[in-house]
Ligand binder design. Structure first.
Ligand code: BGC
Length: 764
C-alpha cells in the first residue's frame, strides 16, 4: 500500500515539475517574442536584411574597428555577425561599434570553426569518435566552449555529423564515422557540451552541419553530387542531424551538395519540411560559406534568383556571399519574395542572439580577464592528453611488442616524428602553430634519463614535391628536406641498426584530409612505405605509429609490420599521449568507427550493408554468381568497432532473458567478459541487431548499444543491454518510423565482425 502511495506521490510531483517547467518556458518564450517583435517594429527593411548577412572578418584583422569596411558595415546595420576573427580585444572592439555607433544597437554574433577544441586542441573528430566515450567527447566540447567563449566567440560551426562511408572523401576526418547510432550519440554529447542551456558565459551556440548528406559525395570527391533514396536518408544519414536538433542545437548549416537534385541551400523540402515541420527545429539556418552563390554554378540561376530561392527554402543567414545583402530588396520590390519571409529569417537570427543573452549583455563573451586565464590551461591540456590517448586504436600487436620498455634504445624515424605543427590535424584554426607536442618531444619527456631516442626523418612526406605542397598547407609545412632520398634513408638505417626498437611515425600529414583533400589512392605514400620496408629488413622490431585523417588501405602493413598504433591527429598533447600509450602508462582502448578497406576498389565498404539476394557465404572468398570480387575477398582489413588492447578479453556465452517477446516487453541480453591478461584494461562491448524479415530489406547488422567497461586484470564483468521494441524501429517505404514483428538476431561482441549471436522472435 505504502509503495503505491509513494508511487502516486512521485508521479504527482513529476507532473507538477513538468507543468511548472512548461509554464516557465512559455513565459520566457512570450518574453522573447515580445522583445523581438518590439525591436523588429523599429527596424528598417535594410536593417532586417543586414541581420541576415555573415561576412568573414578577414579585412578587419588589418584595420581599426571603426574605420575598416567591416566597421562601416556594422555601423550601418549591414551585418548580423562575423566569423574568421580571433582575439577577444578585436571582437570587443567590433561589438562596441555595433553597440555605440549603429542605430538600433543590435549585438553581433561572433562565430568560428571550433571543431575539435580551441587553443587546447583535441583529437580530430574521427579520432574522438573512436573513444566511444560520450563523457569525454562532451567534455572536449565543453572545454572548447570555455576557451572559445573566453576569447569572444559565442557560436561554433560544429558538430559536423555527416555520416561518411567513403574514405576517399577527406572530410571523414571531421565527422564521427559511418554509423548513424553512434553518430547520433556523439551529436547529442557535442551539442550538450557546447551549449548546455545557455546559462553561463561559457556556453556557446552549436551549429550542426552539413545539412544534409554532404558525406555521400560521389567518388569521394569533395563538393560532388549526391544522389540517395529517401529510405537511406531517413534510416542512415539523417539520424545524427536529427539527434543534434533534438538536443536543442541552436543553428544548422546547409550543405554544398544537391539533395534530390536541388542544392541543399535552396531545398525547401529539406530546410523547411524536414527540418522545421517534421523535426520541429526552432533555431536558424546558415549557409555554408558561399552556398547561395554556388547555386549559380549548380545551374539554378543568377544571384538574385538563387538568393530568393535560398530565402524561400528556409535559409536565414548568408555566409560570405552577400547574395541576400545585394538582392533581397530588389526581389521584394519585384514581389519575388515576401516581407513575411524576410521577417521570419530576421526573427530567427535575433532569437539566437536573445537566447545567447547578448541583448542583456552584448559583452557577455568579451571578458578579457577570462581570455588570459582560461585558454590553453594545464588542466585543459591534461584532459586533452587523456582523451588523445583514448582515441588511439591499436590495430596490431604481434608478440606483444607493445608496450615498450623505457630502458632501451629507440630509433624514431619518419616525416611525422618531429612535426609539432601537424599534430593538431585539420580544422584547428584557433590552435597556436607549433604549440602541440611532437612525437619526438613526447618520447624524450617520457624517457627522461632512462632510455634514449635518436631521430631521423628518413624520407619526405611524398616523393612529389608539388603533392607535398598541397598536403602541408596553412602553416603545416614539413620543411621538405633537400637531401637526396638515399642520404635520408641511410641516415635512418644507421640509427635503426643501432637501436633496440624502431618507432616509425608515418602516414598522412594533417592537411591530407579535411576539406578539399580527397584522395583516390589510400596507401601510405609510396616513399614512406619503401622506407618502412627498409626498416623491417633490419630485423629489429618495428612499431608503426600511423598518422591519418581517414581509413587507409593497410593490407601490406597489416601483413608485414608487427605492431601498428593508429593515432589519427591527437591534438595539442598528441606526442605526450603517444608516449603514454607506447610505454604502457595508458592501455589503448580506441575502436574504429569506420571500416578500413583492403583497397580503394571495395569502397564504399561498411558493416551495416544490406544482404543482397546473392550474399557470399560466411567465411568464403569467391563463389561464382555471388556478390563478391575475383581479386579480393569482401572483408575489410579492420572492421568497424575493431581495436586491440594490451589486455586480452574473452567473451562468454550470450544470454537472453527470453527468446519470444511481445509488444512492449523488454529483452535483457548479457554477456560475461573476462580480462585474461595481467593488465587492467577497457573494453567497448557492442550490441548489434539484425531484423531478419521486414517490409524492406534491412542491414545485416546495426549497432544499437555499447558499453565501455573497465575490467581489471583477471576480473570478469557482465555487460547487460536492455532491448525494447524502440530499438527495432526503422523508416519503412512510407517513411513511417515503426517496428515490424518477426525474427531478430541479437549480437554482442568486441567489434562488428566478432560477435556472439542468438535469435528472438518479437510479436506485435
Ligand atoms: C566549410 C564549413 C565551415 C565554413 C566556415 C566551409 O568551407 O565547409 O564546414 O564551417 O567553411 O569556415
Amino acid at each position: 500500500m505504502a509503495t503505491i502511495k509513494n508511487k502516486v506521490t512521485g508521479l504527482l510531483c513529476l507532473l507538477i515539475i513538468l507543468f511548472v517547467a512548461r509554464t516557465e518556458a512559455q513565459t520566457s518564450d512570450a518574453k522573447m517574442n515580445a522583445f523581438i517583435s518590439g525591436l523588429m517594429q523599429k527596424m528598417t527593411l535594410e536593417e532586417k536584411i543586414g541581420q541576415l548577412n555573415l561576412p568573414s572578418a578577414g579585412e578587419f584583422t588589418t584595420g581599426t574597428a571603426t574605420n575598416s569596411d567591416i566597421g562601416k558595415n556594422v555601423k550601418e546595420g549591414n551585418v548580423g555577425g562575423l566569423f574568421n576573427i580571433k582575439g577577444v580585444e578585436k571582437i570587443r572592439a567590433i561589438q562596441k561599434v555595433a553597440m555605440e555607433n549603429s542605430r538600433l544597437k543590435i549585438p553581433m554574433l561572433f562565430g568560428m570553426d571550433v571543431i575539435h577544441g580551441y587553443e587546447t586542441t583535441f583529437p580530430i573528430p574521427l579520432g574522438l569518435s573512436c573513444t566511444w566515450n560520450m563523457k569525454a567527447i562532451e567534455q572536449s566540447a565543453r572545454i572548447a566552449a570555455v576557451e572559445a567563449s573566453a576569447d569572444g566567440i559565442c557560436w561554433t560551426f560544429s558538430p559536423m555529423v555527416d555520416i561518411a562511408r567513403d574514405p576517399r572523401w577527406g572530410r571523414v576526418s571531421e565527422g564521427n564515422g559511418e554509423d548513424p547510432y553512434l553518430g547520433s550519440q556523439i551529436a547529442k554529447a557535442m551539442v550538450k557540451g557546447y551549449q548546455g542551456n545557455y546559462s553561463s558565459n561559457t556556453n556557446i551556440m552549436a551549429c550542426v552541419k552539413h545539412f544534409a548528406l554532404y558525406g555521400a559525395a560521389e567518388a569521394g570527391r569533395d563538393y560532388n553530387t549526391v544522389d540517395m533514396s529517401h529510405l537511406r536518408m531517413y534510416n542512415d544519414y539523417f539520424p545524427p542531424y536529427k539527434a543534434a536538433v533534438d538536443a536543442g542545437a541552436g543553428s544548422v548549416m546547409a550543405s554544398f551538395n544537391v539533395v534530390d537534385g536541388i542544392p541543399a541551400t535552396g531545398n525547401r523540402w529539406l530546410l523547411t519540411d524536414v527540418l522545421r515541420k517534421q523535426w520541429g527545429f526552432k533555431g536558424f539556418v546558415v549557409t555554408d560559406y558561399t552556398g547561395i552563390n554556388e547555386m549559380t554554378a549548380h545551374g539554378m540561376g543568377d544571384l538574385q534568383t538563387v538568393s530568393a530561392l535560398a530565402l524561400k527554402a528556409g535559409v536565414d543567414m548568408d555566409m560570405v556571399g552577400e547574395g541576400f545583402l545585394k538582392t533581397l530588396k530588389k526581389s521584394l520590390d519585384e514581389k519575388k519574395i515576401t516581407l513575411a519571409e524576410i521577417n521570419a529569417a530576421c526573427k530567427n537570427v535575433l532569437e539566437a542572439k536573445y537566447k545567447l543573452g547578448l541583448f542583456t549583455n552584448p559583452y557577455k563573451y568579451c571578458n578579457t580577464q577570462r581570455a588570459k586565464t582560461e585558454i590553453f590551461t594545464p588542466e585543459h591540456r591534461s584532459v586533452a592528453r587523456q582523451v588523445a590517448a583514448e582515441s588511439f586504436v591499436l590495430l596490431k600487436n604481434e608478440q606483444q611488442i607493445l608496450p615498450l620498455k623505457k630502458s632501451g634504445k629507440i630509433a624514431l624515424i619518419g616525416p611525422l616524428a618531429d612535426a609539432a605543427n601537424n599534430m593538431a590535424g585539420t580544422w584547428s584554426v584557433a590552435t597556436v602553430q607549433d604549440s602541440s607536442v611532437s612525437v619526438l618531444a613526447g618520447l624524450k619527456e617520457a624517457l627522461g634519463n632512462k632510455g634514449t631516442v635518436s631521430y631521423a626523418k628518413g624520407c619526405n612526406l611524398d616523393a612529389d614535391a608539388a603533392f607535398e605542397d598541397r598536403a602541408t598547407m596553412f602553416g603545416k609545412t614539413l620543411n621538405r628536406d633537400k637531401r637526396s632520398a638515399e642520404e635520408m634513408k641511410n641516415e635512418a638505417l644507421r640509427i635503426a641498426n643501432e637501436s633496440d626498437v624502431i618507432v616509425a611515425a608515418m602516414g598522412e600529414s594533417a592537411e591530407m584530409s579535411g576539406e578539399s583533400a580527397s584522395r583516390t589512392d589510400l596507401n601510405i605514400p609510396q616513399i614512406q612505405q619503401e622506407l618502412l620496408k627498409t626498416l623491417l629488413k633490419t630485423g629489429k622490431p618495428v612499431v608503426l605509429v600511423l598518422f591519418t585523417g581517414r581509413p587507409l588501405t593497410l593490407s601490406w602493413e597489416n601483413k608485414n609490420v608487427p605492431a601498428i598504433l593508429n593515432v589519427w591527429f591527437g591534438g595539442s598533447e598528441a606526442g605526450a599521449a603517444i608516449a603514454d600509450v607506447l610505454f604502457g602508462a595508458v592501455n589503448p582502448s580506441g575502436k574504429l568507427t569506420m571500416t578500413f578497406p583492403q583497397n580503394v576498389g571495395q569502397i564504399p565498404l561498411y558493416y551495416a550493408h544490406l544482404s543482397t539476394g546473392r550474399p557470399l557465404e560466411e567465411g568464403k572468398w569467391f563463389q561464382k554468381f555471388r556478390s563478391n570480387y575475383l581479386d579480393v575477398s569482401n572483408d575489410p582489413v579492420y572492421p568497424f568497432g575493431y581495436g586491440l588492447s594490451y589486455s586480452n578479453f574473452s567473451y562468454g556465452d550470450l544470454k537472453l532473458s527470453a527468446t519470444s517477446l511481445k509488444g512492449a516487453q523488454s529483452l535483457k541480453a548479457s554477456i560475461a567478459i573476462t580480462n585474461t591478461s595481467k593488465m587492467d584494461g577497457q573494453e567497448t562491448v557492442q550490441l548489434y541487431i539484425r531484423d531478419k524479415v521486414a517490409s524492406i530489406s534491412r542491414p545485416v547488422k546495426e549497432l544499437k548499444g555499447f558499453q565501455k567497461l573497465l575490467i581489471k586484470a583477471g576480473e570478469t564483468k557482465t555487460a547487460t543491454f536492455t532491448i525494447t521494441s524502440d530499438d527495432l524501429k526503422f523508416y519503412n517505404s512510407a517513411l513511417n518510423y515503426d517496428w515490424e514483428p518477426g525474427a531478430f538476431d541479437i549480437m554482442i561482441g568486441s567489434n562488428s565482425r566478432d560477435v556472439k549471436t542468438a535469435t528472438v522472435s518479437w510479436a506485435k
